[in-house]
Structure formats: C-alpha cells, structure tokens
Design a protein around this ligand. Structure first.
Ligand SMILES: NC(=O)C1=CN([C@@H]2O[C@H](COP(=O)(O)OP(=O)(O)OC[C@H]3O[C@@H](n4cnc5c(N)ncnc54)[C@H](O)[C@@H]3O)[C@@H](O)[C@H]2O)C=CC1
Ligand SMILES: O=C([O-])CC(=O)C(=O)O
Length: 321
C-alpha cells in the first residue's frame, strides 16, 4: 500500500488528479499540500473527496497540510504547484517563476523523503524536471515529468478517430519538448500492430494538421475554459498506477537522458521510458533521420532554456554581499 502526496492540491490539476488517483487500488494514503492561508480550502477538498470515497466505497486515508515536511514517507510526490499560463502565453514564459517554486519544494522533498519518486507536472515541465532533479539531490530514476505523455495521448485519440478504431489499437509517441518543438514518431506508430505507413490510407492522413492540433491543444482549452484538467489529471493517474503497480509500461515522460537516443543526452526531455516501482528508465531507441533532426532541435531549445533558468536560479539564491 502506498502514500501519495500532491503539491498544488488546491489547483485545477492537483484537485482533479487527487480524485483520479484515489481510484487506484494501491493507494492507501493521500496527502494534499497547499500554501499557508489555504487551510479552509484544503479542509473542504478533503471533506468533498471523502464523500466521493464513501459513495464509491473505497478507503483512502486523506489528510492535508501546508508544510512540505509532512510528505515524509511518501512513495510518490506529485508537484502541480506553480502558475499556469494565461491565454496568449507560452509555457516557457512561466519558466523562471515556477523554477523558484519547484527548486524550493524539491530541496525539501529530497531531504525529507530520499526514497520517494518525484513527479513534475508544473510547466514548462521539461525544465522543471531538470530543476527538481538538481535541487532534490535524488537519483535520475526518481525524478520525472509528465513530458509528452499527454501529447502522445492526444495524438493517439486523433489517429483512432481518423481510422475509426478503438484507441487501444493505436500505439504512437511524441518525444521532445512538451511544447512547440515536440516531435511525432510516425516510425513508432502502429494500428492493430501494423506499422501505420503500411496502411494504404496512410498517404491521405492529415499529419501536419493532427500535429498542429496536438501542439495547440492546451492553448485552445485554456482559451475556452481557463485550464486543462481532465486530460492531465487522468494522465497523472495513469503514471501513478504504472509506478505503484510495478507495471513496467513504456510511456513517454520527461526524464534525464544520458545518450539513449542517437547519442543525444544530458538533458531532461520527453522520451519513451520503462516505468516501475523503482522509477523511470529511458529506453534506448533508433528513429528515422528526420525525427532525429527534430529531436536534436527540441533538445537544444530545452537545454538552452534549462541552462538559462539554472543560472538565474543560482544568481537568485546567492547570498547578498
Ligand atoms: N505538464 C502538463 O502536461 C501540464 C502542466 N500543467 C501545469 O501545472 C501547473 C498547475 O496548473 P493549474 O492547476 O491549472 O493551476 P492553478 O492556478 O489552478 O493551481 C496552481 C497551484 O499551485 C499553487 N501555487 C501557486 N503559486 C505557488 C507558490 N508560489 N508556492 C506554492 N504553491 C503555489 C496554488 O496554490 C495552486 O494550488 C501549471 O504550471 C500548469 O502549467 C497543467 C496541465 C498540464
Ligand atoms: O497547455 C498548458 O499550459 C497546460 C498543458 O501543459 C497541457 O494541457 O498540455
């Protein structure tokens, strides 16, 4: 049985993720963490969730806190704390503001819960994964981000609709940045186990249009309803289930890579990884030349932004002379 802690639990994503995670059979304890001053809201969330447990008939011990040290003993700590983008903003515009929040939280979690798995949702998620890895002092296998898992699910759904097949028949991946430079892997896309390019209808597939839809999906949802909630919430729950169930599924998450993809590495970015109770293990793969080129570009973009954010964080944390 396992303890799961959610930072940013009063937010749109944190709150729905808590509900989705509470359905996972391995979860026996859940801690909702919010900022000081939000005690009443957190208490209300606990009462509301407890009612849903009663209606559903499951038994999760639920509590809340405004202190990160209470996360001690967690099997997984999910960080969804931080500012979301507003319409017209890019996820990368949030980098420095959210990096300060994540660095601070990661340092405390690393000290109080050295055996935990730290799961980043806060955007820009690839950069936040690198910040959390550095400031927590945890091992690379213990720190990962939602990465391009949600993007991959969005593409999977579009392909399933196009071919009028059940989503479970489609396997596909998007790697790279959870952002504009994401790279679809058509070479790793199958329908009913058949390589997609071997289907006679493949040439008519509106690939560019599909990828554009995925790229702009978060932005469009935020413009229409203020926040993306159900997609990320369910995607987060899938990853928690995969870890706690020791499932060894291969999902596309933001993870520290050394050189697993065509020798490219030393960065945190979305890649296929085997995921189990021990954490996240990037899978070495070979992909098509144009995919490698796209991935290289995406890596350079994220590496530059990560370096810039790390430098600013260090300057910010330097004591005044
Ligand atoms: N990686 C992904 O696929 C996705 C990432 N996100 C990201 O998750 C984050 C949360 O999104 P929402 O829940 O929609 O935002 P929200 O504004 O509804 O919630 C933000 C949460 O962070 C907390 N927070 C804000 N500033 C804080 C600070 N200085 N210290 C500690 N906690 C702080 C708030 O109290 C609240 O609990 C955003 O960065 C968003 O971009 C959201 C959806 C998907
Ligand atoms: O678009 C956003 O800002 C939220 C997010 O990352 C997503 O839903 O993909």
């Amino acid at each position: 049985m396992a303890k799961v802690t959610i930072l940013g639990a009063t937010g749109n994503v944190g709150m729905f993720a808590a509900h989705a995670i509470s359905e996972i059979p391995h979860v026996s304890e859940m801690l909702l963490v919010g900022r000081p001053g939000r005690e009443n809201f957190l208490a209300g969330c606990c009462r509301d969730l407890s009612d849903s447990f009663a209606a559903r008939g499951n038994d999760v011990h639920l509590s809340y806190s405004t202190g990160l040290f209470d996360a001690k003993g967690s099997d997984i700590v999910i960080c969804a704390a931080g500012v979301p983008r507003r319409p017209g903003q890019d996820r990368n515009d949030l980098a420095f503001e959210n990096a300060k929040i994540v660095a601070d939280a990661a340092a405390t979690i690393g000290r109080s819960s050295p055996d935990t798995i730290l799961f980043l949702v806060t955007n820009p998620v690839d950069v936040m994964t690198a910040v959390a890895l550095k400031y927590s002092g945890l091992q690379p296998r213990q720190v990962f981000g939602l990465g391009t898992h949600l993007d991959s699910m969005r593409l999977k759904s579009l392909i399933a609709h196009y071919f009028r097949v059940h989503v479970s028949e489609v396997h596909t991946r998007i790697i790279g940045e959870h952002g504009n430079s994401m790279v679809p892997l058509w070479s790793a896309t199958t329908i009913g186990g058949i390589q997609i390019s071997n289907l006679p209808t493949f040439s008519g597939l509106p690939k560019q249009e599909m990828i554009e839809t995925v790229r702009t999906s978060g932005e469009a949802i935020i413009r229409d309803k203020g926040a993306t909630v159900y997609g990320p919430g369910e995607a987060i729950a899938t990853l928690v289930r995969t870890i706690l169930g020791n499932e060894n599924r291969i999902l596309t998450v933001s993870s520290y890579i050394r050189s697993e993809i065509h020798g490219i590495g030393d960065v945190c970015i979305g890649v296929p990884a085997r995921i189990n109770r021990e954490g996240v293990f990037p899978v070495p793969i070979r992909i098509e030349e144009d995919e490698v080129a796209g991935f290289r570009e995406s890596v350079e973009k994220i590496r530059n932004l990560t370096d810039e954010v790390m430098e600013r964080l260090e300057a910010d944390l330097k004591p005044l002379k």
